[in-house]
Every structure is written in structure tokens, then in C-alpha cells.
Design a protein around this ligand. Structure first.
Ligand code: ASP
Ligand code: MG
Length: 472
């Protein structure tokens, strides 16, 4: 067979057991595919820790950031100690990791000595990019130990991006050129590149990151540039699910989704997949699979262009968003601009204003913050918005409050009124703040108060299960 890209997430590279699984999966697929490319994330929790270290450096908290780096160093070296490596490989690997960690400490030290109020997203990216570099070296060493020609590659040399630190966009023509010149020839020599997920670099070589959870996106960027036949994302759950299993116990793995459905699901909060992953794959019709590292024989979730059965509802998600309300009506352009500017300053991504509505005396605007902006983004965004509104005397009538956006995903939701009717029926009694039909044809969102979200989620999920049973 042709070319396959496999991406391994933070949980699948974090422990010796998980790494043993990863190696056996790679060895197995190496038998089946002519060319193999791998993408790895940082070990679970490392990116969070490095962001925190940068934050402490900015506050000149030298002890704080040193402690974090010491902990990460100990963790990585202990992991390497436990891996089945011969002494020479082990020593070389540990020296390699140590050098990366010391270089990073230098950067943090410099920040600690010259603290500033600036966001310093560029420094955060230089520091966080180290997490993926460490992981790629560990996986590559394991492959060499198993007689594969594993080579760790830093995506800073491969993926060229703009300079929106923290949420960079790739420059596809330049990236494609580098992959054609530098990576594809390696594949022809039976080398298995282990490429760092999440990171890239500007034209001038400054490291950037693609947004939290960005390794999935790395796999799809590489997928279209290397013209792969498939992309497999390995994670620690069985695939994309009908709801977040932490919130809905009966959640089930979804066997198949169309590209549109998967994109909507990721956008509206399924944390398994970076929201920007799907678009490039869809453009080139490259199929995507999401599989569980611990159960490799299971099929997982398959995503491709095949149109979905219009009679099924696939999934329901709930994400936090922010709603703005004002006791007046009139043009919304000013408030939209303020929201967008503030959000961009805080999260590096543009506001996705998803719903706005007005009555004769009231206005309501509601937007989501992509999961790629990181887990704290919603709080920082709310704070920043409140401050921004206060600074504009004519905007002080706007009140910001958290909302929950419940989104149902299913094929042709926009043209099958019976689905909309049954969704609204199970929400009987819930206060609906706004309602929106996604332009993608396969999503319907209702905005509710956060305290109503859990019930709404459960009721809609029951509807999904019932619809599934009817089909059987
Ligand atoms: N390590 C990065 C993060 O935690 C990227 C990823 O995991 O995909 O966001
Ligand atoms: Mg992820």
C-alpha cells in the first residue's frame, strides 16, 4: 500500500506501557505500508507545564519556573530509564533531551531577568515547542532500537507559518516545497520520520505553535503535502463519541462521519480533534481514522466524503461560550468589532460570532472560543471583554455572561424539520437564549444558561440513542 501518516497524542507517548503499544503499532503498519510518517505530541501535561513556566518567568519567579523544568526533566529522564534501550542509545538520548531542556532554561532565565508586561506569545511558543521535540526524540530512539530507521524531525524546519504566535497558520506552498525537498526523499530511503506535532516556524525561523491540540492539524498539513493515502490519529479513547463520556455515561463511539460532520463536531467542542484538522483533508479527500492505542484491533471512527445517513443524529456537544446582552437594539457592527479585537488580543484567534439576534428592545450576541485557544481562554476572554466594555462609555450597556452552547450534529439537519422538532420537544421547559442552524447543513445549536446545559445534553443524547435504535 501507499503512504500513511499516524499521529500519536500525549497520552500515548506518556508511559512505558503506552509507548510499547505505540512501537508495536508502528512495527505492524510498517509491514503494510510502503511509506510511513509519524507525528507525535508532547507527553501528557507537558505543554500546560511549559506554559506555566513561561508565565512564572515573566513574573521573575525563578524558583517557580526552575521547579517546573526540574520536574519535567526528571519525568522525561525517568521514562527513558525505563524504556528497553541499549546503554549507548539511552545515554545519547538522555544527553539530547538534557541539551534541549538546558537551552529552554536559558530562554526562561532571560525572560526572568527582563520581565515585561507584553504577552510574549513568541517566547511561549519557543518554550512550549520543546515538549514535542523531547517526545519525538524518544519515539525515534525506540524505533531505532527496533531496527527501523527512525529519525526525529523538528517541524520548525518543515512547516512554515505566519507569525500569529500561539495560533499560527501554515503557508502551504512553502511547506509543501520543504516536504517535497527534505521529507519525501527520506521516505524513499525507508526512513520513518518522527515529526514534532503542534509546532512550526516563521520564514525567519522563529518557532510558532498551531493552537492547543495542534498536533492533529500537523498530521493533516503533512498529509496533504505528502499526498498520503490516509491519516490515522491514535488517542486513548475509542474514537469520536456521540457525547463527551465524562458528561454522558451512555455515550457511544461513532463508526462513520462525513468530513462536514466531523469538522462541526470538533469545532463545537469534541476535544479529541483540533478544529482545523478536517478542512485540508476534505479538500484532498484523504480519509481520517481515529483509533484507540490500547485497542488497535478496533476500527475506531472513520471520516471521509461518503455522505451520511440522513436519518441519524450523530452527536451532541456542549461548550462554554460568552453571551453579550444589551437592553437596546441597533447595529451590531461596533460590538462585534470590539469582541473580535479583544478576543484576538487574548487568544490569538478571531472571535467566531455564531449567533446574534435582536428584538425591538434587546440585543444578544453569542460566540464560542475555539478549544485550540486553551482551557483558560474563556475566563481571560470574559475578563478582557468586561474591561474593554468599561473603557467605552457608549458600550457600557452590554453585559457579558457565560452561556452553554449545545450543538447537535447530524446529516442534513437543516432540511429535515422533523429532527429540529424532536430536538426542541425534548428541550421543553428549558430556557433557550438563542437558536442557530449551522451553515454547514449538519449542525443545530441552542444557547442555554450554563445551569441548564447538563439536562439538555442528556435529553438530546437520549434522542440520539433512540434514533439509532429505530434505524437498527
Ligand atoms: N502538546 C500540544 C498541546 O497540549 C499539542 C497537542 O497535544 O496536540 O496542546
Ligand atoms: Mg489532542
Amino acid at each position: 500500500m501507499g503512504t500513511l501518516i499516524m499521529k500519536f497524542g500525549g497520552k500515548s507517548v506518556g508511559t512505558t506501557d503506552a509507548l510499547a503499544q505505540v512501537v508495536s503499532i508502528i512495527l505492524n503498519e510498517h509491514e503494510h505500508w510502503k511509506r510511513l510518517l509519524l507525528v507525535v505530541s508532547a507527553l501528557e501535561g507537558v505543554t500546560d507545564a511549559l506554559i506555566e513556566a513561561t508565565h512564572l518567568a515573566k513574573l521573575s519567579n525563578r524558583r517557580g519556573f526552575r521547579r517546573i523544568i526540574a520536574t519535567q526533566r526528571a519525568r522525561h529522564l525517568a521514562l527513558v530509564d525505563q524504556l528497553p534501550l541499549n546503554p549507548t542509545t539511552r545515554n545519547a538520548l538522555q544527553a539530547d533531551l538534557d541539551r534541549l531542556l538546558f537551552d529552554m532554561l536559558d530562554i526562561l532565565q532571560a525572560v526572568g531577568e527582563n520581565p515585561s508586561d507584553e504577552l510574549m506569545a513568541d517566547v511561549t511558543d519557543r518554550v512550549t515547542s520543546v515538549g514535542e521535540r523531547l517526545a519525538a526524540r524518544i519515539v525515534a530512539a525506540l524505533l531505532r532500537q527496533n531496527n527501523l530507521r527512525g529519525v526525529a524531525l523538528d517541524a520548525t524546519d518543515i512547516i512554515v507559518t505566519d507569525n500569529v504566535y500561539g495560533n499560527a497558520q501554515p503557508n502551504m506552498p512553502l511547506t509543501r516545497e520543504r516536504i517535497t525537498n527534505n521529507v519525501l526523499p527520506m521516505l524513499d530511503r525507508d526512513i520513518v520520520p518522527v515529526i514534532t506535532g503542534f509546532i512550526g516556524a516563521t520564514k525567519t525561523g522563529q518557532p510558532t505553535t498551531l493552537g492547543r491540540g495542534g498536533s492533529d492539524y500537523t498530521a493533516s498539513i503533512l498529509g496533504i503535502c505528502a499526498e498520503t493515502d490516509a491519516v490515522w490519529i491514535w488517542t486513548d479513547v475509542d474514537g469520536l463519541m456521540s457525547a463527551d463520556p465524562r458528561e454522558v455515561h451512555e455515550a457511544q463511539t461513532i463508526a462513520h462521519l462525513s468530513y462536514e460532520e466531523a469538522a462541526e463536531l470538533a469545532y463545537f467542542g469534541a476535544r479529541i480533534l483540533h478544529p482545523r484538522t478536517i478542512a485540508p483533508l476534505q479538500e484532498q479527500q484523504i480519509p481520517l481514522w481515529i483509533k484507540n492505542v490500547f485497542k488497535p484491533q478496533q476500527a475506531g471512527t472513520h471520516i471521509d466524503h461518503a455522505s451520511a445517513n440522513p436519518n441519524t443524529l450523530k452527536a451532541v456537544t456542549s461548550i462554554q461560550g460568552l453571551g453579550l446582552r444589551a437592553a437596546r437594539s441597533g447595529p451590531l457592527s461596533e460590538i462585534s468589532r470590539l469582541v473580535d479585537d479583544t478576543l484576538f488580543a487574548v487568544t490569538g484567534s478571531h472571535a467566531d460570532v455564531m449567533i446574534s439576534s435582536q428584538s425591538s428592545t434587546q440585543s444578544f450576541v453569542c460566540f464560542v472560543i475555539p478549544t485550540s485557544a486553551g482551557p483558560d481562554a474563556i475566563h481571560s476572554a470574559q475578563q478582557a471583554l468586561e474591561e474593554a466594555l468599561n473603557e467605552h462609555p457608549d458600550m457600557q450597556t452590554w453585559q457579558v455572561h457565560p452561556v452553554s452552547i449545545i450543538t447537535v450534529i447530524g446529516a442534513m439537519l437543516d432540511s429535515l424539520a422533523q429532527h429540529t422538532a424532536s430536538i426542541l420537544q425534548v428541550l421543553e421547559g428549558t430556557r433557550i437564549l438563542a437558536l442557530a442552524q449551522g451553515p454547514s447543513h449538519c449542525s443545530l445549536s441552542v444557547v442555554v444558561n450554563p445551569q441548564d446545559a447538563q439536562d439538555a445534553l442528556l435529553h438530546i443524547h437520549q434522542l440520539i440513542l433512540k434514533a439509532g435504535e429505530r434505524k437498527k
